[in-house]
Design a protein. Sequence first.
Length: 260
Amino acid sequence: MLIKNINASICGSDIAVYKHGTGTGHKISIGEKFGHEMVSEVAEVGLEVKDFKVGQRVYPYPVFAANSPQKAGTLGGFTEYLLIKNAKLNHNLYLVPEELSNEVAALTEPFTVTTRAVKRAHPKAGENAYVLGAGTIGLAAAFALRHFGCKVMVADRGDYRLDLAKIFGFDVVNTLKDNVKQTQLDCFEKGYSLKENQPNINITIDAIGIPDFLQDFLDSQIIDSRFVMVGVDNNPKDINLLGDDLCFTVFNWLRWLSTK
C-alpha cells in the first residue's frame, strides 16, 4: 500500500542524529530515511488489500510498518510517499479518528510510548507523581498520570517548557532556580519514609535520562514509591546497593509484587 505523509513530528532521536551524526539516536545511517512519528493518507492500495480505502488517514506503527524493530527509526516520516508492505489494519497501520487533527494524530507515537511507561508505575487515583522533564515525553507522562487520577508536578530547567506545563494545569518546579525539595513539600506534604522530611511522592517518571536521577530517587524515596525511566540514556548506572534505604525499597517492591 502506498501512503502519503501529511504531518510528521520530530523525535529527540532525530535531533540527536542531526546534531551528532550517525550511530546516535535510532542509529540512522547515511542514505536512510528519517522520521517515525507521522499521520498519513492512503494514496494507492494493492489488489489484495481489503482493510483500507484511498483517502483514509492512517497512523503507521513504526516497529511493524518498517518490518523490523531495528529499522523503526528509519521508517520515513519525512518522505513524501512511503510503501507499506503487507498492510494490515491494527497491526502496522491504524485508522485515525475523525475528531483528531493531523497535528495531534502525528503525536500518537510519543504519547503511546509514554502512557505505556506510566502504566509500568501502576498509578492509582489520589497518588502524587513527579515528572522529570517538560518536553514532549514529560508532558505526555504528566497528562497520562493526571488521566489516572494522580496529582502531578513537572520539573525542568527551562521556563518556556514550565510555562507550558502551567498552562496545562500542572504544578511545576525549576530545578535551577527553585528549592526543589521545599517546593515538593509545599505541594505534596511529607511522606512516610525512613528519612525525615521526605516529600510524599508515590511515582517518579524520568523523561530525561540523567544517571544521577535514579540514585536521587533511592536516597529520598518514601515507602511503596515507584520509579520508571523512559528518558533515553545509554550510560551504565552506578547505585548504592548497601544503603538501608535501597534495601527497604527493594523489600517493598518485592512485597508489592507478591500481591500481584
